[in-house]
Design a protein. Structure first.
Length: 243
């Protein structure tokens, strides 16, 4: 079994760490990658090929884990070379997923739910080829939603609607608390009604959002582009991140 990656960020690195088997080989390419990405590739247990075209051709499962803005371009360029399963893990709209489906014969719509570098993430998948990925249950939790391409993408957007809007609110509230030198006390009183680890998780959420605000903004824009409803809170969250 050969699993290939186009995109080599934290998702790819963690999957390689968790999926340990003598019968599975990981491949990717350093083609047009940054020096930081090449360094991460070289540190991982992965075979490096000259081009992503070769990666697509050789893979039994090709995993696309890029930025939302690059997801369709990657599928258009490399999807036609895939003979196995094309697993898209990008945080994209259902419309983009359906467009990708036009360029790929065996698409599985996927999402990693949980902290990216978690020891126990859950892989949610949909599509007619989904059952072929159930063997991954030996390494990570896999949940099939349906046979319909786009269902997991809708769930990803709905989850992002909540989490990213909440993150923007936490950022704004904590900024105000900091002005009054009451940041720790602010999180302490919220912990009383939320959860014991709320303070730690909230600060981690804020840091993660600020460190990847460009990607988070792209994901919020995907939400606004897809849903026709007047999403006032999502628009406000996007405005906050763009500040």
């Amino acid at each position: 079994m050969i699993i290939g990656f186009i995109g080599f960020g934290k998702v790819a690195q963690n999957l390689i760490r968790l999926i340990k088997s003598d019968s599975i080989t990981f491949i990717t390419s350093a083609q047009n990658r940054s020096s930081k990405t090449i360094h991460n590739i070289e540190k991982s247990d992965v075979e490096i090929l000259e081009s992503f075209k070769q990666v697509a051709i050789k893979s039994d499962i090709l995993i696309s884990a890029n930025t939302p803005s690059n997801a369709l371009k990657v599928a258009e360029e490399y999807g036609k070379y895939v003979n196995g399963i094309y697993l898209d893990l990008n945080n994209i709209s259902p419309d983009t997923t359906l467009e990708i489906n036009r360029h790929v014969d065996s698409l599985v719509d996927g999402a990693i739910i949980g902290k990216i570098d978690s020891d126990n993430p859950i892989l949610y998948i949909s599509g007619k080829q989904s059952e072929k990925l159930l063997f991954l249950n030996e390494f990570i939790n896999v949940e099939i939603i349906s046979e319909k391409i786009g269902d997991v993408s809708i769930l990803k957007l709905l989850r992002s609607t909540y989490t990213k809007t909440l993150s923007a609110l936490l950022i704004e509230s904590s900024e105000i608390a900091k002005k009054y030198d009451l940041e720790d006390e602010f999180f302490d009183i919220l912990t009383l009604t939320e959860a014991e680890d709320f303070k730690e998780k909230s600060k981690s959420r804020i840091t993660n959002t600020l460190n990847s605000k460009k990607r988070k903004s792209e994901e919020l824009q995907q939400i606004l582009d897809y849903f026709d409803d007047d999403l006032i809170m999502v628009k406000a969250a996007l405005e906050k991140l763009n500040q």
